[in-house]
Design a protein around this ligand. Sequence first.
Ligand code: ADP
Ligand code: MG
Length: 468
Amino acid sequence: MLNGDSQTWDKMLAYLRANHPVICRKWFEELKPLGIAGGAMQLRTQSDLHRDYLRKQCTDAFSDAARGVTGQLISVRFLGPNDIETRPPVDAKGLKPVLAKPTEVRPSVEPVIIQPTEPKRTQRESLTINPDYCFDNFVVGPGNRLAHAAADAVASNPGRTYNPYFIHGGVGLGKTHLLQAMCLRIVERNPALVIYYTSCEDFVTQFIDSVQSGQMADFRYRFRDVDVLVIDDIHFLAKRERTQEEFFHTFNSLHQANKQIILSSDAAPEEIPDLENRLVSRFKWGLVAKIDPPCYETRVAILKTKARIRGLNLPDDVAEFVASKIDSNIRELEGVIGKLHILAAVEHRSIDLDLAREALGDAGREVVAQPRVQVIIDVVCDFYRVNIRDLQSKNRQRSITQPRQICMFLLRRLTKLSLTEIGGYFGGRDHTTVMHAIKTVETSLTDSEFAAVIKTLEERIRRSPGNG
Ligand code: ADP
Ligand code: MG
């Protein structure tokens, strides 16, 4: 190792904290600097997952830090626990190209290192797992207790408890976090198991590509020769008949072989629009667990956890203040922590109530000024004498479709939700459905009677006491 590399690394950490605060995590302190070789600063990570995450998410920031600190054009290489490090040239003149000779460095361990890349059944090219999304960082509360307990049981004993395990709940309530926590746990306890973690969107894309290129055999092998298949946002299968058919066979093949299937969705199986009955029934074979929005105490605990992961000191009163202002989507809570993190780093201030008010600032005021989703839905349901379950169902009677479309229209007009998020509140309908609903309402606005109804609804929403 070159002299002074530890110091270089300490400076890089400080540089990252000052210039790229948002990506900084407490566990960066556990990265081990190995030295600079071949024009790259090498950093050893705790696990291959950490390495993959850093490579994908943080390479630019780390390289910027390496350049900023050394003043040289060097890059950064992340190594997993078993990756071979490049040693600096051994002869004094530094003329030997060391990169080409890794065997010279650790000949005895070479076969072991090569092995993971060429076993018969390799780990699949999964989506990147975020090391933050582990069980330790998941706060358990009344809204997610069952989902968490079942996730814990399934991950500790894949294929033997609930199969499939199906988690559903609204946007930003921790489905992806739990799925990744399960993957992390399984990898940790059973490194030999082959896990394939991906999004339903990716499944659909791969399916279409394989059909087009005539490589279905490859596709089937990829998804069926695994021990654990984890698919996020399975509601994306809605209306995709051919992919549903293929997924049906994938499911059967894995299930018959006692391979674990883990799925997440923004709606319960029977509420996913246009999903084949045989899939609906299969999704319910194992355990279906719902995640509900977090209560106040859980929100406070989540804020503290998010701050801890970033190495931030978040006083209780600040956590309580933020938790009282943002009560729906946990992703928004995390957004505020990110903002506090930047403000504190850039302006060298400590995190207190003043800073929190500032961080909530525009976003905060908007959140408060925006009518709550619940208020909008309640007002429309009340006016049309329907209940929210009907709006979320697949019911297509006009007495239901009209209020459903109006809700979507008002959510789009009065909140900042995206089309997909709006669809999420209505049984996971996709953005094209939402767009269609909005257009339908807009067209009807030419009718003055209808326009008056919409105006009345908007006024009721603005006056509603539940708002703010
Ligand atoms: P979803 O997939 O349901 O839309 P995510 O899993 O992406 O939601 O969660 C959004 C954010 O909220 C993530 O940063 C996640 O870590 C965080 N989060 C959600 N639930 C919890 C929880 N119970 N404890 C800690 N963090 C949580
Ligand atoms: Mg998700």
